[in-house]
Design a protein around this ligand. Structure first.
Ligand code: GLU
Length: 470
């Protein structure tokens, strides 16, 4: 690619399964390169495998990209709609003698496969066979003819450096199957060239495909794009990422209450670095991202680190935006929350609960629960203190609270301090008793802040219930 050319990158998922955490990383790196360079980020849905295709998978891919905010710059290209274009190009190679029809039957090929001890390579049975147009009426596949003068294939990967494969390791691979559908490698080249893609960024499991694709570009007289192969993400050293290591589909992270910014930050940082910085906004990532800072070694997925980053992003995101994220996470929970609290109350509650939260669930669940009086009060949780003393300070607090008609948090704290000082009881005894009365537990954000946000009657009823059993 000449430096004057614009960066045009694409994410090219196959809709044969849900959006996996490993392949979304490719989307993120492509998007970051486009945003860093002022280039374009495109989506191509590689939906030629009609047997495994399900519309639902396409919807999930598009939904996940939208949720992540990885916005595309053009309408998506659906590869299945380009089937004729793929065949036209394959026939061009056929007519130029750069590809040939292969009439070997499935059975013959299966037999050869079963006889080859070290990986099957097509022996070239049909390579030098002469054929006429009429022969094309018979069932056949089309194979790429590796040029005689080709001794090795080589390219310089933007992440891995020089990659070479010798001719002996390659065979005349199929570009159009006998069913008439072009293969992945072939469609990929035809469409990347059609879409004017400047850089192909994808997982390193595609390197062997890239070497074949380079041969196709050469045969078609096209300039190949730049290639960058990302190291894979493992669940543990040498172990493929699986359910055991955390969720594997992007959508699960949404429903578990992760923020797109945290997921993007985590996955970008897994394999790419910018000094020692760990926490990045997406703008910062786009500002600093370069392929030369992507490492070569595999990343190990670390759910603990993702959780930590999610907490950091929860505390950096405006409460208003978090409320929108909650709606995307679980519409029902958000409706329950909105039924119980006003918009302003919710913002304040979100600010209180996010301080110790790891996910949005840790915020929304207690906020919904707080709207109702606790089902039961377990006195064992607070019985370490002296009960008569406790009862006394709680009663005093309630009386004064009602008398002064509630109050703001700082003012309630002062009141609590004053009562405890007078009665020589530690403030924590009163605070824990109030926590139990209000929330049913003994862990919550500042209890006086919570009380100040609630209706006076609701606070009163809950505290009286505690006094009844103290
Ligand atoms: N459809 C391929 C995949 O999902 C595309 C790889 C690529 O060329 O980016 O692995």
């Amino acid at each position: 690619m000449s430096s004057a050319e614009k960066v045009r990158v694409r994410f090219a998922p196959s809709p044969t399964g849900f959006m996996h955490i490993g392949n979304v990383r490719a989307a993120i790196f492509n998007w970051l390169l486009a945003r860093h360079t002022g280039g374009e980020f495109l989506l191509r849905v590689e939906d030629t495998d009609r047997e495994r295709f399900r519309q639902e998978y396409v919807d999930v891919i598009v939904g996940s990209l939208n949720w992540l905010g990885l916005n595309t710059d053009e309408e998506p290209v659906f590869q299945s709609k380009r089937a004729n274009a793929h065949l036209t190009v394959a026939h061009k190679l056929l007519s130029e003698g750069k590809a040939y029809p292969c009439f070997c039957s499935e059975e013959e090929l299966e037999k050869l496969k079963s006889e080859s001890a070290h990986g099957f390579k097509y022996p070239g049975t049909c390579r030098s066979r002469s054929w006429t147009k009429a022969d094309l009426e018979k069932p056949h596949a089309i194979r790429f003819k590796i040029p005689n003068e080709c001794y090795f294939v080589e390219y310089t990967d933007l992440i891995r450096g020089k990659v070479t494969v010798s001719r002996e390791q390659l065979d005349d691979f199929v570009i159009v199957r006998s069913c008439g559908m072009a293969t992945y490698n072939f469609c990929n080249v035809v469409d990347d060239s059609f879409m004017n893609i400047s850089h192909v960024i994808r997982g390193e499991d595609h390197i062997s495909n890239t070497l074949k694709q380079i041969l196709i570009y050469e045969a078609l007289g096209l300039n190949a794009p730049e290639f960058a192969h990302l190291p894979l993400v493992f669940g543990a050293p040498g172990e493929k990422l699986s359910k055991r290591h955390g969720a594997v589909s992007v959508d699960e992270y949404r429903t578990q209450g992760f923020l797109p910014d945290a997921l993007i930050n985590y996955l970008a940082r897994l394999g790419w670095s910018h000094g020692d910085q760990e926490v990045f906004s997406r703008e910062e990532l786009a500002q600093h991202f370069t392929l030369k800072d992507v490492g070569k070694s595999a990343g190990i997925f670390d759910i603990k680190k993702l959780e930590w980053l999610n907490g950091v992003h929860l505390r950096r995101t405006p409460a208003k935006d978090l409320l929108e994220r909650i709606a995307e996470m679980d519409e029902l929970l958000q409706l329950q929350m909105r039924d119980a609290w006003t918009g302003k109350q919710l913002e304040l509650l979100v600010e209180l609960y996010r301080e110790r939260a790891t996910t949005l669930q840790d915020i929304v669940k207690p906020i919904v629960a707080l709207a109702k009086a606790p089902e039961k009060l377990d006195l064992k949780l607070i019985q370490k203190g002296n009960v008569p003393e406790m009862s006394q300070v709680v009663k005093e607090f309630l009386d004064r609270f009602v008398e002064q008609d509630g109050g703001v948090a700082a003012n309630l704290l002062d009141l609590a301090k004053e009562i405890c000082a007078d009665q020589e009881v530690k403030l924590v005894v009163l605070a824990q008793a109030l926590r139990l009365a209000i929330t049913g537990g003994i862990q919550s954000p500042g209890i006086f802040e919570l009380i100040s946000l609630m209706k006076l009657e609701s606070v009163q009823i809950r505290i009286e219930r505690l006094l009844d059993i103290l």
